[in-house]
Design a protein around this ligand. Sequence first.
Ligand code: KG4
Ligand code: ZN
Length: 388
Amino acid sequence: MYKHSLIEASFLHRITTARRGQQWCILDIVKILGIESSCDETAAAVIEDGRRLLSNVINTQIDIHAVYGGVVPEVAARSHIEVINPVIQQALAEADCTWDDIDAIAVTYAPGLIGSLLAGTLAARTLAVIHEKPLYPIHHVEAHVYANFIVEQKHTTLPLPATQPGFPMLALIVSGGHSQLVLFRDHGAYELLGQTQDDAVGEAFDKVAKIIGLPYPGGPSIAKAALEGDPRRFSLPKAKLAGKYDFSFSGLKTAVLRAVQKEVGVDFTYPSHELPALVTAAMQNDFAASFQRTAIETLVDKAERAFNDYAPKSVVIAGGVAANQELRRQLSERLPLEISYAPMQLCTDNAAMIATLAYFYAQKNEPTDPYTLEVIPSISMTQTAWAK
Ligand code: KG4
Ligand code: ZN
């Protein structure tokens, strides 16, 4: 079907696409437009050669959902629909690109909120048909790891890593929906070493923030409050699990709830939504610092264990919680290798990571059919490992 296979084309390093009759002829992909809408950020970005950031536009819905204390799926979907076209146009404009310059489109098709995923995939499918571009379906969680592969930029001044990570690569993926340790032997070839047995670590940050009365999203609020607090004021438990590299954060969250109830002098029957009114600013700071220290130590303990067992060439962190400075500090202190961290803007949801992964994915996979691409709200990246 392909005049040149993508694998063959990857040796050229520069691949462009052209449509001949009904067949895709893939010669050289240079610029990929990424589209991301899996949760509460509508994003589009252009990435060149899987390493160079040309534009990165993110429209966050944080203010819209803050009044509800969390993401409301229907509201999220509607907002994506309203802004997706302007966001894509802005990403093209900021990259100095017209549609003629774009060689392929990449879109998050899984996992995420179904209405949110549909907004992005339907836009991508339509644009792929109209502009005759190959379309690549990208797994959101796997893509978070690829924020670490963005090492050059044209129009921005982000603090990017100097080089792309080498394989084998140990990835600690920590977001609002996932906490996983994954060993990448190559692009698309990875094995899950461990994962959370209950809440994701980002979810625990969000829930603990709610308990102590800090604003949504909880991760940044807790990180900020923790700067003023005493991380040793409250002693909180670390879960002991059978799986060597597994995590559990649900018990830690409940331990914070019980400690807060005790500190303010109420029992466990007291309505938790009325607790924040009893928590002083000093208590908030100390709970934030103590929780953050324990949650981050738990992550770093397991990452260190995996590092010692597998001796990877590189270690990367990915997902929203990777923006946490205490995580970066503890990891760098405990692991005996130089770790380069992606800038904060590329740790939380964005489309640059989607386009970056697509560059590597496109070298081993054919594009998908834009008329039939479906979204998958729940699927683990280990079920979609694509290296052949
Ligand atoms: O990756 P992401 O943007 O969305 C998902 O795919 O889930 O991650 C969002 C999560 C939220 O739980 C948020 O509270 C957390 O990342 N987060 C942080 C920080 N910034 C965002 N957690 C800890 N420290 C931060 N600085
Ligand atoms: Zn994410």
